[in-house]
Design a protein around this ligand. Structure first.
Ligand SMILES: O=P(O)(O)OC[C@H]1O[C@](O)(COP(=O)(O)O)[C@@H](O)[C@@H]1O
Ligand SMILES: [Mg+2]
Ligand SMILES: [Mg+2]
Length: 344
């Protein structure tokens, strides 16, 4: 695919004459169109009447809803409602929006990810997952492996849309003058050896031992079992973290922890964890709960949470090993101590 190709050309090439693909392509186009409006709104902030203030309401997961959460939800929902869909699941809506039960697809989305940071002028985004509809089967009950397409938009210094239709990952950047997305990277592959990790370290005391062991290994740097100095990043915005991993590599962790309500972490399976896992795997990376592949999970309710550990496979594999083999950390620890001794 040529650089500069527009998203509309890409989706129409993918759609061909297959009705399900046409529905997927139309949904991607609709979200992209809505995101151009969202990009304007977010870019203008207070000048467009957006205060970033709480609305006095909470979403289904208990998060405080901001004016921009509500506005973004209205815009994305309205764009998708013009198309044939069986069901829509939004972070900001307690229940599903039901459409035509015989339509070929359903869509789950997080209209505004990272919104707790909106008043600090940080990167936020929109995440989506498109799944096939099977008439007679409850929507959003299948594992993440059934996804037909997934993507996210980052509203950063550039507005960019990352997408997979199951054949690699492509990135498009918004050409603000022409108001179209143009391809800037085709078949993105996650760099393999980047020594970077991202986790909210303020939760250290609540983590399980395998997560502590991994972070200890990273912090020990060149003196530790990984024999490399690591850099730490935490933006607090999943879309920005995912974009960084696709560009620069490394690993991101939002594990389960012992805080009340956080046994499965913070991120929601259908519209955050499944789409990110699909994208990261399609870019040659791994996505795990720490114990199993995230795409094998099925949701029992639409706002269900799931742990997410994603990034380059060597790091995700190491974290899985630390979870699944209780002796893995102690096997490397003596070596680490010995090397320490040799150094003094
Ligand atoms: O504040 P915490 O616990 O570090 O959580 C940060 C995470 O929460 C999120 O903001 C959750 O998404 P929403 O903003 O859509 O609720 C992620 O973007 C981010 O990775
Ligand atoms: Mg989110
Ligand atoms: Mg959100």
């Amino acid at each position: 695919m040529e650089q500069g190709l527009t998203l509309a050309q890409y989706t129409s090439e993918y759609a061909g004459t297959d009705p399900q693909r046409q529905a997927v392509a139309a949904a991607i186009d609709a979200i992209a169109e809505a995101s151009v409006e969202l990009s304007d709104l977010i870019g203008h902030g207070a000048l467009a009447g957006i205060t970033g203030q709480a609305q006095g309401s909470n979403n289904a997961d208990g998060d405080v809803q901001k004016d921009l959460d509500v506005r973004c939800d209205e815009i994305v929902t309205a764009a998708l409602q013009k198309l044939p869909f069986a069901a829509l699941a939004s972070e900001e809506s307690e229940t599903l929006v039901l459409g035509d039960p015989n339509a070929p697809i359903s869509v789950a989305f997080d209209p505004l990810d990272g919104s707790s940071n909106i008043d600090t002028n940080m990167t936020v985004g929109t995440i989506f997952s498109i799944i096939p509809n099977q008439p007679g089967v409850a929507p959003f009950t299948a594992p993440g492996t059934v996804q037909l397409a997934a993507g996210f938009v980052v509203y950063g210094p550039q507005t960019s849309l990352v997408v997979t239709v199951g054949d690699g990952v492509d990135i498009f950047t918004l050409d603000r003058e022409a108001r179209v997305y143009r391809c800037i990277r085709h078949k993105v592959q996650i760099p393999k050896d980047t020594p970077e990790f991202a986790i909210n370290a303020s939760n250290h005391r609540h983590w399980e031992q395998p997560v502590r062991d991994f972070v200890e290994e990273c912090i020990a740097g060149a003196d530790g079992p990984r024999s490399k100095d690591f850099n730490m990043r935490w933006i607090g915005s999943l879309v920005a973290e995912a974009y960084r991993i696709l560009t620069r590599g490394g690993v991101f962790l939002y594990p389960g922890d012992s805080r009340p309500g956080y046994a499965d972490g913070r991120l929601r399976l259908l519209y955050e964890v499944h789409p990110m896992a699909f994208i990261i795997e399609q870019a040659g990376g791994g996505a795990s709960t720490g114990r199993e592949r995230v795409l094998e999970l099925s949701a029992k309710n639409i706002h269900q949470r799931a742990p997410l550990i994603m990034g380059s496979t060597d790091k995700v594999d190491r974290i899985e090993l630390l979870h699944n083999d209780p002796d893995a950390a102690s096997r490397t620890a003596p070596l680490f101590a010995r090397r320490g001794l040799f150094r003094v």
